[in-house]
Design a protein around this ligand. Structure first.
Ligand code: AGP
Length: 638
């Protein structure tokens, strides 16, 4: 989805905004734009199609002066990626400029009303309709900018995080959110706003997470030379506000005053750098031994053979009395949910349903008060997952979320949960968050199983001890990176791939296929290995590479037969096997070894070679690994 950033203060806004856009570029990179009010009070907008670097080139010889500005990097929803549809958008009079992340669902209705009032539209976007509506409201209701924004947003159906500039109020920055994320950073006589904290962390660690339907007004009087501002003649309907006292005020769109809660950021700048790696994705793959150690710190105590998850301990009864556990998620997080289904049913003996959030929320699902709903989301902002848990919450279910971004919307609406603590994941293709989600969910399954007595103490102890070994075992798998890079070159010709796995490793096959699809643009499908005979085996030929996840556990023999069926039809097989495997390594074309471990933990090792394979194939193909086409890191619209 789009990334928005804003600045008001004593520094030049442009360089801060551009740096912020680079930090947010993983959210969308179809076009970029900036709006600035210069000391002369002019409102300048510059936009370019494509990456932020295109905008920098375009604006290089332009007037980018000014200490107040807003900027946007786009993931197109309404209107194709081009300069006209790029944000910011002017209002009819070019007095206002707006940036927006989200979707105005009733924009066509509002547009028709405004067209009847003589308003014209340059772009195909829903966002331009909003800035026209704000201007129309201001002029026709004779209210100030803030009230106009409030009244306009009262008419909007959909999701938004917006920021608005008004050249008649050159000392004022207004922003608002509903559904889409918005964070305000508080500096020393300066303020930052952004879709997430990554553009803010280098300037301040004091932030406010803006709640749904809140409007933020930041006014730094004296910012503009002319000092022309609307303060003097506040809107009639306006309740007196302490603006002069406090530059930042928050109200609801219905003008109820709110008291902002300032939080401290736990993020560090170094986490946002590539650290010498060519891509964030490769850095994040290699971070997994450390990130899993961080995820387990204070939770897995190998010496005491115990797992302590505060979210479980504080809500034990909800889990122990749960008749059913519903897992809801999207994409890679959904694959982690599938693995959790195997673990929770095996160790806790509670029926689990794994739902695509987008289907679950519209399927009119049967949800009961004694259901536990687990939401899995790296970003914590995925719109479909957020809506799915809001629906489940309305029906009285207990909401437990697994999330990686502290303070994100999903954990904020959940009853409890568990942060994965892997640090910011910048690469659009999720890697380190996936393995941490699997660890968090496995820890939860073990906690419930132990408490319910549905698993033996020996098995519990064995798995707890093995969990402590996993980071080192991943390190050993990463040691094969060069070898995987070498044979990945021989597969760049492929148009299609099939990934196969059984049991705990069927979801890993799905995840491996997704990684290849999203960064190399090669079509790939993940299947339960036994399903192959029911259709996909028709696709097998010398041109069809098949990746088989075949660790020595569970249904290993059956997987070996599946590989023989593929080889019988001249398929090329890349197999992920357990160290010392004799059988598969004799029939597969390529094998990648993983150390032995407990079956339920094998996904933490078997997925690593699949992450690397996808990465190296994409690199050889010259794809933009960190920012693959058409994708965005967190999907904040439906
Ligand atoms: C995974 O590599 C993708 N980026 C995507 O499928 C992602 O997993 C999905 O959009 C869910 O995101 P979330 O975990 O932030 O909710």
């Amino acid at each position: 989805m789009c990334g928005i950033v804003g600045y008001i203060g004593k520094r030049k806004a442009y360089p801060i905004l551009i740096k912020g856009l680079h930090r947010l570029e993983y959210r969308g990179y179809d076009s970029a734009g900036v709006a600035l009010i210069n000391p002369a009070g002019q409102l300048n907008i510059y936009k370019a199609k494509g990456k932020v670097s295109e905008l920098e080139t375009y604006a290089a010889d332009k007037d980018t002066d000014g200490c107040i500005g807003i900027a946007h990097t786009r993931w197109a929803t309404h209107g194709e990626p081009n300069t006209v549809n790029a944000h910011p958008h002017y209002s009819e009079s070019e007095r206002l400029a707006i940036i927006h992340n989200g979707i105005i669902e009733n924009y066509a209705v509002l547009k028709a009303v405004l067209q009847k009032e003589g308003y014209t539209f340059k772009s195909d976007t829903d966002t331009e309709v909003l800035v026209q509506l704000i201007e129309y409201t201001q002029l026709n209701r004779h209210v100030n900018l803030k009230t106009a924004v409030q009244l306009a947003l009262q008419q909007v159906i959909g999701a938004y995080a917006i920021a608005v500039l008004d050249k008649d109020n050159p000392d004022t920055l207004i922003a608002a959110r509903k559904g889409s994320p918005l964070v305000v950073g508080i500096g020393d006589e300066e303020y930052f706003l952004a879709s997430d904290a990554t553009p803010i962390v280098e300037y301040t660690d004091k932030v406010i997470y803006i709640e749904d339907e809140e409007v933020v007004v930041i006014r730094i009087s004296g910012l503009a030379d002319e000092g022309i501002s609307e303060t003097a003649d506040e809107g009639i309907s306006e309740t007196p506000n302490p603006l002069n006292a406090n530059p930042l005020t928050i109200t609801t769109i219905n003008n109820v005053q709110k008291t902002p809660e300032i939080k401290r950021l736990e993020l560090s700048l170094s986490q946002l750098e590539k650290g010498g790696y060519p891509h964030f994705m490769l850095k994040e793959i290699f971070e997994q031994p450390r990130t899993l150690t961080d995820s387990m710190r204070g939770r897995v105590n190998v010496r005491q053979d115990n797992i302590a998850l505060s979210g479980f301990i504080d809500n034990k009864e909800r889990f122990l009395n749960a008749k059913r556990i519903i897992i809801t998620a999207c994409g890679t997080s959904w694959h982690a949910g599938l693995i959790a289904m195997y673990a929770i049913e095996e160790f806790a003996q509670i029926p689990v349903e794994v739902e695509y959030s987008s289907e679950f929320r519209y399927r009119k699902p049967v949800i009961n008060k004694d259901d536990v709903v687990i939401a899995i989301s790296q970003s914590g902002e995925t719109a479909d997952t957020l809506a799915a848990i809001q629906l489940a919450k309305e029906k009285g279910a207990f909401i437990f979320s697994i999330c990686n971004v502290v303070g994100a919307s999903i954990p904020r609406v959940s009853d409890s949960g568990c942060y994965t603590h892997v640090g910011p994941e910048i690469g659009v293709a999720s890697t380190k968050a996936f393995t941490a989600q699997v660890v968090a969910l496995t820890m939860l399954a073990l906690c419930i199983g132990k408490e319910k007595g549905t698993m033996s103490k020996e098995q519990y102890l064995c798995i707890v001890r093995e969990l402590g070994q996993i980071p080192d075992k991943i390190e050993r798998v990463l040691g094969q990176n060069k070898r995987i890079a070498d044979f990945a070159k021989t597969f760049t010709y492929a148009q299609n791939f099939i990934y196969l796995g059984r049991g705990y490793n069927f979801p890993v096959a799905m995840e491996g296929a997704l990684k290849l699809k999203e960064i190399s643009y090669i079509h790939a499908e993940g299947y339960p290995a036994a399903e192959m005979k029911h259709g996909p085996i028709a696709l097998i030929s010398q041109e069809m590479p098949v990746v088989v996840v075949a660790p020595h556990c569970g249904t290993y023999e059956k997987v070996v037969s599946n590989i023989q069926e593929i080889k019988a039809r001249k398929g090329r097989v890349i197999a992920v096997v357990t160290e010392g495997d004799q059988l598969v390594s004799r029939i597969a074309d390529y094998t990648i070894e993983i150390p032995a471990t407990e079956e339920c933990l094998t996904p933490l090792l078997t997925v690593i070679p699949l992450q690397l394979l996808a990465y190296h194939i994409a690199v050889v193909k010259g794809c933009d690994v960190d920012q693959p086409r058409n994708l965005a890191k967190s999907v904040t619209v439906e």
